[in-house]
Design a protein. Structure first.
Length: 566
């Protein structure tokens, strides 16, 4: 449910913070007071398009924040998919800020998101239903989803099996199209793949060859310097000179001298033992240096070959992968593709056979879905007709038309469309053809009543759904919205006393001019204020003692009816 709305610098609203309760919430006020602005602000924070003209005059930006609480599994799933933290108290805090420059910042639970993601989230939290809004219910393309949602338990397994086979069918069709290719393109692709395979094979790549070549290149390109260092080191350690001798020989002489006197001074033995270890280590190092020194030599031809090979491998990496292993993996992959295309006629025939068999199975599931949808449609028609009767459209005829097509779609083979005739003798027409505002409002309310529990959306806003109705019909509409509020948080923007008097909470929207600036305000009314507002609705600009008494009587009667509505 919507817990709180915080608005800054949105149209005529300068700074507004309002908390909401569960149940049936009514908003009323004079025409032009700003009730529609409040709905616009809610629409905006839920992700609708925004016009910069809605930024309050003289301000640089607008900000709207909506705080919801929701345990709707669909909401939680979308939050999880987008790595948005789920509050421990099930709070979903949505904020949207837009600047005059056009820059916009949208956040959910503190994380910045795209407006497209916001729309996915908000669609599970609140549904705004206005006189000419709620396109989901009007567009026939969506009617199949409402039927499937209504009959979910009966359709779930069938739909799952159908969709699995449908996805498999799509994969096969894509594969066939890929193998057939466009005129002339297939032969070009075969030649190109063959060229790539040959280029990689002709290079005779070996795993880690590039690493070994780099090491050899470093040695060969620095062979002169390496040789000088190794020769000097070898000479200092082993060869020495006539004047000084070698480190190895000198150390050997020192050890021999120390050993000759170590029996006279025990500490000398410790020193000679340490030097002996060094002596043997130096001896080992001399052998290693000699071995390396003899293996390192400058070979111009080999260096040229290594340079050429590195250049060749680098070229292949640019084309086919960042490492030799990736290049070889790519070759193996295109080999499969090449073989498939060479043998495509045989493979295509196998795929076509598989497609035909799958299409037969899919048709069986599609026909089963059709039969189930026809049963669901009968039950749905009856329930919608009952709701239409309740809101004063008892002479109407409603039909859920389920037509089986030959074409496979992602959700079956059916075209589902809602039809209605609001007067006897008139033909059934598609739902979207209804032009009467009063009729459309009541039809939408009837449909919403049937589907609202299937939507799992916790909050619903009815924006001036009372257009074109009055008297007994208004009373019926009021009672129907109150019935919905028993399981959902309901908001209704209204001008009718019949609807206002049955509210659980009543908000007054007003406008005032101060210092040549206009401000929209909203106030939660107490019982006395509610009586006065309903009296104003009854009597217009004149609120008399009689209209107030009339208002009290209406509220009393409404409270009694509320106890009878389950």
């Amino acid at each position: 449910m919507l817990l709180q709305l915080n608005i800054k610098n949105f149209a005529l609203i300068e700074n507004l913070s309002i908390s909401f309760d569960n149940g049936f919430n009514v908003l009323s006020g004079e025409t032009g007071a700003g009730k529609s602005i409040l709905i616009d602000a809610i629409n905006y924070v839920l992700g609708s398009k925004f016009n910069k003209d809605l930024i309050r005059t003289g301000e640089n930006k607008t900000f709207v924040e909506a705080i919801f609480t929701s345990t709707n599994p669909k909401t939680l799933e979308i939050l999880k998919q987008n790595d948005i933290d789920i509050d421990i108290n099930d709070l979903v805090i949505i904020s949207r800020e837009t600047f005059q420059s056009g820059k916009s910042i949208t956040k959910v639970n503190g994380k910045s998101i795209l407006v497209t993601t916001l729309k996915l989230i908000s669609s599970t939290l609140l549904d705004i239903h206005g006189q000419h809004e709620n396109q989901n219910l009007l567009l026939w393309e969506n009617h199949i989803e409402y039927v499937d949602s209504y009959g979910e338990e009966n359709l779930k397994e069938l739909l799952l099996n159908y969709k699995q086979k449908y996805n498999k069918l799509c994969e096969i069709e894509n594969k066939i199209n890929e193998l057939i290719g466009k005129d002339g393109e297939k032969d070009k692709l075969i030649d190109f793949l063959k060229y790539q395979i040959n280029e990689i094979n002709d290079s005779s790549l070996k795993e880690n060859e590039d690493v070994e070549l780099e090491e050899k290149f470093k040695i060969l390109s620095n062979s002169e310097k390496i040789n000088n260092v190794l020769n000097n080191s070898y000479n200092y350690l082993y060869t020495g000179s006539e004047e000084t001798g070698s480190i190895y020989d000198n150390l050997g002489m020192i050890i021999k001298e120390l050993c000759s006197v170590q029996q006279n001074l025990p500490k000398i033995k410790e020193i000679s033992d340490v030097l002996k270890d060094a002596y043997y280590n130096i001896e080992g190092s001399i052998e290693q240096i000699r071995s390396i020194k003899d293996s390192v030599s400058y070979d111009e031809r080999e260096l040229e070959y290594i340079n050429s090979r590195i250049y060749q491998i680098t070229g292949l990496k640019k084309k086919y992968g960042s490492s030799i292993q990736e290049i070889l993996n790519y070759r193996d992959k295109i080999k499969l593709q090449y073989n498939e295309m060479i043998n495509s006629n045989e493979i295509i025939q196998k795929l076509k056979n598989e497609k035909n068999n799958l299409a037969k199975e899919l048709k069986i599931y599609g026909e089963k879905l059709h039969l189930e949808r026809c049963k669901i449609a009968q039950d749905l028609q009856l329930k919608i007709k009952n709701e239409l009767n309740f809101v004063g459209l008892e002479k109407s005829t409603f039909k859920v038309n389920v037509e089986l097509n030959e074409k496979f779609q992602s959700n079956g083979m059916d075209r589902v469309q809602f039809y209605i005739s609001t007067n006897p003798g008139e033909p059934l027409k598609p739902l979207e053809k209804i032009v009467s505002g009063g009729e459309l409002s009541r039809i939408m309310l009837a449909l919403k009543t049937v589907f609202v529990d299937k939507d799992h959306i916790p909050s619903v806003i009815f924006d001036e759904i009372d257009t074109g109705i009055s008297g007994r019909i208004a009373q019926c509409v009021a009672e129907k919205m109150y019935a919905i509020s028993k399981n959902h948080q309901v908001f209704c923007v209204t001008h009718l006393p019949q609807i206002a008097c049955i509210s659980d909470i009543h908000y007054w929207v007003s406008k005032e001019v101060k210092d040549e600036k206009t401000y929209t305000k909203i106030k939660k009314m107490d019982n006395e204020e509610k009586e006065y507002e309903i009296a104003r609705m009854i009597g217009g600009s004149e609120v008399t003692k009689l209209t107030v008494e009339h208002a009290k009587e209406l509220i009393k009667m409404a409270n009694f009816r509320k106890t009878e509505i389950s």
